[in-house]
Design a protein around this ligand. Structure first.
Ligand code: ZN
Length: 271
């Protein structure tokens, strides 16, 4: 689940967690509702996106003292972070971090992840023992990941996150999702999130196709049309109900670690 993101702020919804403590508490609440992984952005005192490791560390400390929830730190950031800033969360040697697998028009701005930066990011993640969550906004990004994999810069298992419905990216519809799922290695774990009003139908398609699901206030602030979501947990609870109806079990963090080949922070040297 994606807690707060780096795009909209409190002006968009009063329910958005902003401080490290709020972000951690929201992650824990969503975990109690069934989430196994929390994708973490942090914000500074003014609510603006930040890549400051000290803020990430506060979130990590609070969550790790209370749960075994997997934390997935952003290397995409928000606003217009420099390449150096994007890499900073890796100083904390997270077990999982996002890997935005190419450049794109993202709404009204250009979200740039150049080939040279992606190589640098991949190497940095190998060094920090971090599994990349390969964020796929369009078909070509899969090919870019497979190329890096063949160069030995991305390790198995490749874990894909399809982020669909961003203006400028691939649309959030069943045809597109089927095509993307058919384009990744057969045994690669994958998850999907639909941006905005596409959150529920993409969750249902993901469950039906045997994948996993991401939801959260980073991706959609509404529970349904005209009704703001009250919390990340509320969005997770709905996915849990849908999965139960489809007889898909809910992964614990231990299940997710096994699926993604993670050892947990305790299992990592120096962590
Ligand atoms: Zn994010």
């Amino acid at each position: 689940m994606a807690i707060t993101g780096g795009e909209h702020g409190r002006e968009a919804t009063p329910h958005l967690p902003v401080t490290p403590r709020e972000i951690a508490d929201s992650a824990l609440e969503a975990h109690r509702a069934g989430a196994a992984i929390a994708h973490i952005h942090v914000r500074d005192e003014d609510g603006a996106p930040s890549q400051d490791p000290a803020l990430f560390r506060e979130v990590i400390r609070h969550v790790e003292a209370r749960s075994d929830l997997i934390l997935n730190l952003t290397t995409g950031g928000g606003g217009s972070p420099t390449e150096e800033e994007r890499l900073r969360p890796l100083e904390l040697e997270p077990e999982l971090a996002s890997f935005d697998a190419g450049s794109m028009n993202f709404g009204d701005y250009v979200f740039e992840s150049s080939p040279s930066f992606l190589r640098r990011l991949a190497v940095a993640m190998q060094k920090s023992g971090t599994r990349p969550e390969l964020e796929i906004f369009d078909q070509g990004m899969i090919e870019a990941c497979l190329r890096l994999h063949s160069e030995g810069l991305l390790d198995d298992p490749l874990y894909f996150q399809f982020v669909l419905g961003v203006p400028g990216g691939a649309p959030a519809d069943a045809r597109t999702l089927c095509h993307l799922v058919g384009s990744i290695p057969r045994d690669a774990p994958w998850s999907v999130t639909g941006i905005g009003r596409h959150a529920v139908d993409m969750a249902m398609f993901g469950i039906a196709l045997g994948g996993h699901v991401r939801v959260g206030l980073e991706d959609s602030i509404y529970y349904r049309r005209g009704e703001l979501a009250e919390s990340n947990a509320q969005l997770v609870e709905r996915v849990v109900r849908l999965a139960n109806e489809a007889s898909r079990p809910i992964a614990t963090p231990a299940d997710a670690r096994q699926l993604l080949g993670l050892q947990g922070r305790a299992g990592k040297a120096g962590a």
